[in-house]
Write a protein that binds this ligand. Structure first.
Ligand SMILES: Nc1ncnc2c1ncn2[C@@H]1O[C@H](COP(=O)(O)OP(=O)(O)OP(=O)(O)O)[C@@H](O)[C@H]1O
Ligand SMILES: [Mg+2]
Length: 207
């Protein structure tokens, strides 16, 4: 099973929103998916508890991934949501367990300042594996000055912005019902789903 850690020490960066939508998006594509919640607040697992059983299945961590039993170690995905403030030994430990790290960043001065230090230590921990870090521009319209500022900030780290996800009530509204943009009718969420395509493409490149 491959795994991806969703991390940013800044509170409210969009980690849980990103993690639950990623899990649901992978499940919608037919993958076996487990959602692991390292946050004591258990927001991701609360979301999973609300998820209607008729929707594509996501296993809470520790639970058996439904349909598992295949001996293919690369079968399926584990999405790991992490708490605000993750750093030091805990960060190093979490990073070593996963195939890739996705970092949602909002294009505000305060978010970027808090994220900069984190990206530096993340790259230290990963060393040559730094190609397994991807940035998600969260709540960004790519045509705006905010997006350009975020890209300029990230250029110094030479890290790719995998995609920009719009600021839309579809994210919080679907979460209330244990759902994601991938569970909404296509005429409502088509634009969101298109914005996620590069994330799945990037995950396919991970080793
Ligand atoms: N793309 C988006 N559009 C609209 N609202 C968003 C988006 N992404 C996140 N939000 C909202 O921002 C708030 C914070 O998001 P979220 O809880 O996912 O952040 P977090 O990084 O997990 O926070 P914490 O550090 O406390 O765990 C939530 O109310 C969420 O609904
Ligand atoms: Mg969270």
């Amino acid at each position: 099973m491959q795994s991806v850690l969703v991390a940013n020490p800044k509170g409210g960066a969009g980690k849980t929103t990103f993690a639950v939508n990623l899990a649901a998006g992978l499940a919608a594509r037919g993958a076996k998916v487990a959602l692991c919640d390292l946050d004591r607040q258990r927001s991701a697992l609360q979301w999973l508890g609300l998820r209607p059983p008729a929707l594509p299945v996501i296993a809470g961590v520790g639970a058996e991934v439904r349909g598992a039993g295949s001996r293919d170690g690369r079968d399926g995905w584990m999405v790991v949501d992490s708490p605000a403030g993750l750093h030091g030994k805990n960060l190093a430990h979490a990073v070593k367990l996963v195939t890739g790290v996705l970092v949602p960043v909002q294009p505000s001065l305060f978010d970027m300042a808090a994220t900069g230090e984190f990206l530096t230590s993340l790259m230290d921990v990963l060393g040559k594996k730094r190609r397994s870090i991807g940035i998600i521009g969260m709540r960004v319209d790519p045509r705006t000055r905010a997006a350009a500022t975020l890209e300029a900030f990230l250029n110094q780290f030479e890290l790719p912005v995998i995609t920009y996800l719009r600021d839309t009530q579809l994210y919080p509204n679907s979460a209330f019902a244990g759902q994601s943009v991938f569970d909404a009718p296509e005429y409502i969420a088509a634009r969101e789903i298109r914005q996620w395509e590069p994330v799945f493409d990037w995950m396919d490149t991970l080793e």
